[in-house]
Design a protein around this ligand. Structure first.
Ligand code: TRP
Ligand code: ZN
Length: 500
């Protein structure tokens, strides 16, 4: 996200956010299930350890309430019928295939808004209650450690407008004139499906979304089926590779679809709102080249397909949804195609670092944004050579020095300003400093090894620094401590860069 005035908005928003949270806790609505359950919970013949409640968080250091403990999701199937596009009124059902990681008397999902019409676990109606963002589900029979189970949640209504706790934007499902789109990083997914909402619980997805003609749906992965029935069409998308919940996306609009392929055969499909002029496509023309270039630098592109989607709405940002990055129309500068290409390279590079290798904890966010920012520099170097990269590094460094309040150290971002300038620009400079410290050859070996080791999974900052030390054979504790946590950005003497 590139938004230079988000600090001011952020202060106003912080107030609103903390107030809403407090209000949410006070009102803590508790919905009784519409399925009548007469049998009260009968404790299983408790032999040994009693099955207990799964935790209502996954232990994130910044957001302890995100995600849930006690189980692991393998697959989500989102069945959504859009009854009214103007209000995004939905009739929906989410099926979750999961495995218990302990004996469970109850477990939680993250879910905001809607009316729940019933929940079953393994086909039997389950008891549940809601409080704030948590749905606590008590199946008729306790779940057994290691066993798979299936949860079906039926719900209806329009997604609630949701403010992110991490940055001042509306998060989740956003309804606009003539359609809708999704922006969920880090906490918006619960606005449209019940979810174990933490990147540590990745899963594969099926999206089955029915919309009135002539609207269309764009979601992650491959469109595998289109079923027309009367005046409605169902679009079925599948993701082959596991995905962090915040990257799941469903977008509704009328689209022009552009199909291409990289020289090395990676398929690309771009979605453009039909109202947009043909020039909107220009900054996306080199995505094939980018996919092949970053495959060479980081390791083979990890997913089955890639593409970009441009919505005819201004939202001052772009987001790297897995296999399908999204852009607000105001991110496309028709006068500056090369400048816009840097944003395209940024989102595309996130597919490796962010999407395939995902943060283990949200405080590791510089592993996403610092890497994606440095990817802009790498693309510049690829096109125009090392001197052009050095100029870019110098201007990035100068920006940090001139606006120190806006660029805090990348290592410990505050929970209410997760996507601050520091995790992007200073984070990117950290990688350049590492490159100068270990030399080009070892630096690129580090990137490849890190990707190879953690692709399709999660990594923490310590995992990255351990790879850097392994591959380089150097002790880098001091180096990373100053680059990630120092108050002031460290100097880069060989480039004559320093504060003052
Ligand atoms: N990850 C996005 C980027 O590429 C920034 C971002 C984070 C964002 N959360 C968002 C954008 C929510 C839009 C909405 O830099
Ligand atoms: Zn980014």
């Amino acid at each position: 996200m590139k938004n230079n005035n988000h600090i001011q908005i952020f202060l106003a928003c912080l107030l609103t956010v903390s107030m809403t949270m407090a209000c949410g806790q006070l009102s803590g609505e508790s919905v009784s299930p519409s399925v009548a359950i007469t049998a009260v919970i009968v404790p299983e013949e408790a032999v040994g350890v009693e099955p207990s409640a799964g935790t209502s968080g996954l232990g994130d250091s910044l957001y302890p309430g995100f995600g849930n403990g006690g189980y692991d999701v393998d697959h989500y199937t989102l069945d959504i019928v859009v009854n009214d596009v103007a209000t995004s009124n939905l009739s929906a059902s989410t099926t979750i295939e999961a495995s218990a990681l302990q004996d469970l008397r109850s477990f939680n999902l993250d879910f905001v808004g809607f009316i729940i019409n019933g929940i079953t676990v393994n086909g039997e109606p389950a008891d549940y209650y809601r409080k704030g963002q948590e749905v606590t589900i008590t199946p008729l029979k306790p779940l057994v450690d290691g066993q798979p189970f299936t949860v079906v949640i039926k719900y209806m209504g329009s997604p609630e407008e949701m403010q992110s706790v991490a940055l001042p934007v509306q998060t989740g499902w956003v309804t606009v004139d003539g359609g809708s789109f999704v922006l969920s990083e880090p906490d918006g997914s619960a606005s449209f499906y019940p979810v174990n909402d933490h990147p540590r619980d990745k899963a594969t997805y099926t999206f089955r979304v029915t919309v009135p003609n002539p609207l269309e749906v764009a979601a992650n992965g491959m469109l595998i089926e289109t079923l027309e029935k009367g005046d409605k069409t169902t679009f079925v998308f599948e993701t082959r590779d596991p995905m962090a919940s915040y990257l799941a996306t469903i977008n509704i609009d009328e689209f022009d679809v552009e199909n291409m392929q990289s020289d090395n055969g990676i398929p690309i499909r771009n979605y453009y709102s039909t109202e947009l002029p043909a020039e909107v496509r220009k900054p996306f023309a080199r995505q094939g080249e980018m996919l092949d270039y970053f495959s060479e630098v980081y390791g083979q592109y990890p997913f089955e397909v890639y593409g970009s989607m441009v919505m005819n709405t201004e939202f001052e940002s772009a987001l790297e949804n897995q296999t399908l990055s999204i852009y607000g129309i105001d991110m496309i500068d028709y006068e500056d195609v090369e400048g816009t290409e840097l944003t395209v390279a940024h989102e595309l590079s996130h597919q490796w670092f962010g999407d395939s290798v995902s943060v283990a904890d949200w405080s590791d966010i510089w592993l996403n944004e610092g890497f994606a920012t440095y990817a802009e520099g790498l693309w510049i170097e690829h096109l125009n050579g090392r001197e052009a990269l050095d100029d870019w590094v110098k201007s990035q460094y100068a920006d940090v020095v001139d606006n120190q309040a806006y660029y805090p150290a990348p290592g410990k971002p505050p929970a209410d300003d997760l996507f601050n300038g520091g995790v992007y620009v200073w984070g990117g400079l950290t990688l350049h400093a590492l490159r100068l410290e270990v030399g080009d050859e070892i630096f690129f070996e580090i990137l490849k090894t890190y990707f190879e080791r953690y692709k399709n999974g999660n990594a923490a900052t310590d995992d990255f620094t351990a790879v850097a030390e392994d591959v380089s054979g150097k002790e880098l504790t001091e180096f990373f401590n100053t680059w990630l946590y120092n108050k002031e950005i460290p100097p880069i003497p060989v480039m004559e860069l320093g504060v003052e």
